[in-house]
Design a protein around this ligand. Structure first.
Ligand code: NAG
Ligand code: NAG
Ligand code: NAG
Length: 390
């Protein structure tokens, strides 16, 4: 496919620190007090030894409690105590949100479908489209179409050219807790026009619940035996076009703590991992165990099974002790005087996804995210919780 229409990337990036930031499009007024009734009301699920809470805004997971090695439930994902903060908090870190229509970045907010060019909002530094634009799936107020004690299905219809994406698309995401302590996410979508779709969930995990006086995830151990490749990116986290063998700092094919190599080789200016690992055993629609993470402090382990090709490992590099932690994630005595905040590297995401900017790389091994009119997009990703005794 021909590479890119319009201005070469280097010109756009060259201006990034000056004119383009000044001329970057402003976000719309989200008016969080004017969201539909019930947008932020908690939806509680429970099964086995785990429990979770969700809200309709962003079809977001707000709490996820799993037992540690002493059997005490810990809230292992970051979030807000006040539901409206998922809309109102100004840095909008995508805590726990459903991400779409296209997760991750689209270079210069431009792509084509059937030879037709489309433009999506430059909502990251005026440079690229991040996570579906200013009002992506993370800011939709989804309907609840079905629910039980252990599962909830959210649905939403996104109109043609919503954030610039073609086709009227009916989305559905089912969150389920099963008796073997697994949180599963089933995504599906149908479209009336050929389009592109790539969903994920943006849960930030801290398997210590940010407690025990340890606010970072540096001690967490990752193991991803088939993550032998990664998607190289430039300093703006835009793919350079190939899928390459992992360099040493990204080599988690045998168990390794995040602390070991986090400072050697990162491209994220904020310091830390923000990389797409790529699984060499990927085949379309085939679920397999892809990655695990555990904390030696609490013993809590999460094992991810997914049919996706890639995982974005992001270590909360932009957290800077300005967002207050949930009360469930503050040690005794913390949190009242304002001393309990999400710290730099305070979490790790395991965002299961198709890859990065696949629409602009329809070759080179990037999985297709094209969805034809009348056909169905599907994804299933599961996070199974357990304990590893040290
Ligand atoms: C937000 O919506 C509320 C309720 O409709 C309205 O009273 C308020 O003026 C709006 N705020 C802004 C800034 O538009
Ligand atoms: C990753 O590390 C393993 C040893 O732990 C090694 O066998 C493998 O070759 C490394 N992968 C790459 C791409 O260097
Ligand atoms: C994968 O599943 C989707 C949705 O059911 C289907 O449209 C597609 O044809 C499948 N692809 C392969 C290669 O089996």
């Amino acid at each position: 496919m021909k590479r890119k229409i319009g201005i070469p990337l280097v010109v756009i990036l060259g201006a990034l620190t000056r004119e383009s930031i000044a001329s970057a499009p402003s976000p719309p007024d989200y008016n969080c007090t004017d969201q539909p009734e019930g947008s932020f009301d908690p939806i509680l699920l429970q099964n086995g030894d785990i429990s979770a809470q969700f809200i309709r805004y962003g079809a977001t997971i707000t709490h996820l409690l799993a037992p540690d090695q002493s059997g005490t439930p810990r809230d292992v994902i970051l979030g807000f105590d006040y539901g409206m903060d998922y809309c109102a908090e100004s840095t909008h870190p995508f805590f726990g949100a459903t991400i779409g229509r296209v997760a991750n970045r689209i270079e210069a907010g431009t792509f084509s479908v059937n030879g037709e060019n489309y433009n999506t909002p430059l909502n990251e530094n005026g440079c690229d489209t991040l996570h579906g634009g200013f009002v992506g799936a993370d800011r939709w107020v989804w309907d609840v179409s079905e629910s039980s004690d252990s599962s909830v299905t959210f649905t939403h219809t996104s109109p043609d050219l919503d954030q610039g994406f073609p086709g009227t698309v009916k989305f559905s995401v089912t969150h389920m807790l099963s008796s073997d302590n697994t949180w599963s996410i089933d995504y599906s979508a149908t479209t009336d026009m050929d389009t592109i779709i790539s969903m994920t969930n943006h849960a930030y995990f801290n398997l210590n619940a940010n407690m025990n006086g340890e606010g970072t995830v540096l001690d967490h151990v990752i193991n991803a035996p088939n993550a032998g490749k990664y998607i190289p990116v430039d300093e703006y986290l835009i793919p350079t076009g190939t899928i390459d063998p992992v360099p040493d700092y990204l080599n988690f094919t045998s168990p390794k703590a995040l602390s070991v190599d986090i400072d050697s080789g990162t491209v994220d200016a904020s310091g830390g991992y923000d990389n797409a690992l790529f699984f060499t055993d990927y085949a379309p629609n085939v679920s397999r165990k892809v990655i695990s993470m555990h904390s030696p402090i609490t013993g809590i382990a999460v094992l991810v099974t997914s049919d996706q090709a890639s995982v974005q490992l992001y270590t909360g590099n932009n957290l800077d002790s300005t967002i207050p932690r949930k009360k469930s994630q503050c040690d005794e005595g913390e949190g009242e005087g304002g001393e309990c905040f999400y710290e730099w590297r305070g979490a790790a995401t395991l965002e299961m996804q198709a890859g990065v900017d696949n629409a602009n790389h329809r070759d080179g091994g990037f999985p297709s995210i094209d969805v034809k009119a009348g056909s169905q997009y599907k994804q299933r990703s599961e996070y199974k919780f357990g304990v590893v005794y040290s």
